[in-house]
Design a protein. Sequence first.
Length: 99
Amino acid sequence: VNATSKYMGEFEKGVLAHDGAVLLESPFTFWVSIDDRVYNVTEYVNDIRNEQTKQIEKDHPNAYLEPTLNNLVINKLNEDATELFLSVYPDDRVLMCMD
C-alpha cells in the first residue's frame, strides 16, 4: 500500500477525486481550475495565512509557488483561472509544480 492510498484510499489518475458540489459548497476547501484541471490548493492557502489575522499573505515565507502563479492562485480562489493563466504563461510547463 503506497502512502497516498493509505490516507486517501484507492485512486486512479484522471478520475475525479472530489464531487463538484462538495468543492463548490465547502467553505473550507480552496481550489483553482486551469485548463479543465482542478487543483486543490487548500493546504497551500492555509499555509500562507497569517496565524493571528487569518488573512492570506502573498508574501508569506511559506508561499513557495513562483510569485506570479502564487498571485494567480490567491486572486482566483474557487474560480476558473484558465483565461488569466493563458494570458500570463505561454504554455503549461509551470503547472508541473501543481500536478
